[in-house]
Design a protein around this ligand. Structure first.
Ligand code: DC
Length: 202
């Protein structure tokens, strides 16, 4: 029996992290948040490391060293993610992870298009810029009351633009991906919709 790969892509704050984690728990599949890899390299870059060297020497404990939720790390992640050598350095790890038994859920920007083009199930989650900025605002202001809604909206807008227009593996829905717009959905509704779809494909 071959393992099942579920690729979940989408822009920042589309709900893909929460949905992917919930799906992996329901199915008892392995879960990889690939954004964390880029964020850890972004964090190292902010510390003065050269991004390609940081990507090639990335270790699993690098993922626990930083507060990867910080907006400045997200921005740096999006910047270093446009470097083809950085992306290439992460490919093998992601592909090996996708082969874990009994299955794997990977979320990111290019999972269905580049990392796992043969994934059995491909999902692309999206939502309006305003809905996504509102979610991130609520999330971030639990910890940091200083960041305004306008700042978050602008940061996400810039990140979307950079992620969509880079030449190397831009964020785009795979042709065979099922697209869900989560703008008007609660997180439970989004999980249910995606899970129901996955069940029809498994
Ligand atoms: O999913 P996230 O917001 O944690 O990702 C942070 C940044 O990392 C995102 O703006 C672009 C980059 N990224 C990427 O280029 N490819 C991926 N598969 C995952 C993330």
């Amino acid at each position: 029996m071959s393992q099942t790969v579920i690729a979940i892509d989408g822009p920042a704050a589309s709900g893909k992290g929460t949905v992917s984690k919930a799906i992996s728990e329901k199915l008892q599949f392995n879960y990889l948040d690939t954004g964390k890899l880029y964020r850890a390299i972004g964090a190292k870059y902010l510390e003065g490391y050269q991004p390609i060297a940081a990507a090639r020497s990335l270790e699993s404990n690098d993922l626990d060293k930083y507060d990867l939720q910080k907006p400045e790390i997200a921005q740096a992640a999006s910047e270093i993610a446009s470097i083809p050598e950085v992306r290439a350095a992460l490919l093998e790890f992601q592909r090996n992870f996708s082969q874990k038994m009994p299955g794997a859920v990977l979320d990111g920007r290019d999972i269905g298009t580049v990392v796992c083009p043969d994934a059995k199930i491909k999902i692309f989650l999206t939502a309006s810029l305003e809905a996504r900025a509102k979610r991130r605002y609520v999330e971030l202001n639990r910890h940091d009351k200083k960041i305004s809604f306008e700042t978050i909206l602008e940061q996400i807008r810039q990140r979307d633009e950079r992620d969509q227009t880079r030449r190397s593996s831009p964020m785009i829905a795979a042709k065979d991906a099922k697209i869900f717009d989560t703008s008007k959905l609660s997180i439970n509704e989004a999980v249910d919709k995606v899970f129901n779809y996955i069940q029809t494909k498994i």
